[in-house]
Design a protein around this ligand. Structure first.
Ligand SMILES: C[S@@+](CC[C@H](N)C(=O)[O-])C[C@H]1O[C@@H](n2cnc3c(N)ncnc32)[C@H](O)[C@@H]1O
Length: 225
């Protein structure tokens, strides 16, 4: 299992490749999509933010501009390529309140209880194995402050037949592989909502988000602790 978890991490690290750091200006990250607007909205009153499995997203840069009182935004991802890009870009842009760390569940475990006003986890929990997912879910709940918000984004739901169209092969009822490597788990909304509401999160809102033309919409769930 550990070998499989590492293969997934390697897949993502290689898919990001090496990217040269950029100097980010406010106009570069003006929120226009529903997802970016959600990030900006929930960052506005958050002095501490966590983006778990951040990849090479600009979420914390959006937060930086949305909230002049932002104290500490942390992005964690196992991909060194992604984190080098994000961290170097944050330094180049002079964002003193935004930092990134290469890491996984072990790094997440070091984040203090009830310490984050806003927690983001976008397209990560459906891209990891169930065992990892269940551990991460508990940790994300633990680090979210009471009355804090949690934004979960997961990919679209596909049934077995449609998954085949996307060259995904079923490993079991929910998990799918591409070229022999685990890539994604498909669950309907109820599963994702229950995963977090059973811990004590309350669902505030659900949105759909067209991440890319020609593919079904991602699902955004906003929870409050
Ligand atoms: C589909 S990408 C999503 C990245 C980003 N959050 C986004 O919305 O574009 C999945 C991310 O999960 C990360 N990842 C893979 N295995 C992980 C693990 N065991 N723990 C934490 N993150 C993991 C990958 O490095 C990758 O950045």
């Amino acid at each position: 299992m550990n070998k499989d978890i590492e293969s997934v991490k390697n897949f993502w690290n290689e898919s990001y490749g090496y990217n040269t750091a950029v100097d980010i200006k406010k106009e570069d990250v003006e929120p226009t999509t529903i997802f970016d607007k959600d990030i900006a909205e929930f960052s506005k009153n958050a002095s501490t933010i966590l983006d778990y499995g951040c990849g090479i997203t600009f979420n914390l840069y959006i937060a930086h501009f949305a909230n002049p009182n932002l104290k500490d935004a942390l992005g964690i991802d196992p991909s060194k390529n992604a984190i080098d890009f994000c961290e170097e870009s944050a330094r180049k842009s002079g964002f003193e309140n935004v930092h990134y760390e290469v890491g996984d569940i072990e790094t997440l475990k070091k984040v203090r209880d009830d310490s984050r006003d806003f927690v983001i986890c976008s397209n990560v929990l459906d891209c990891v194995f169930e065992k990892t997912r269940n551990e991460v879910v508990r940790e994300l709940y633990r680090v979210t402050k009471n009355s804090g918000f949690f934004l979960l984004k997961v990919n679209f739901y596909l049934d077995k037949e449609t998954a085949l169209f996307y060259h995904l092969t079923a490993i079991n009822e929910h998990d799918y592989a591409q070229k022999g490597l685990f890539r994604i788990s498909f669950y309907e909304d109820e599963y994702w909502i229950n995963l977090f509401s059973s811990l004590g999160f309350k669902l505030v809102r659900k949105d759909l988000y067209q991440r890319q033309e020609g593919i079904p919409e991602d699902r955004i769930f906003i929870f409050k602790k």
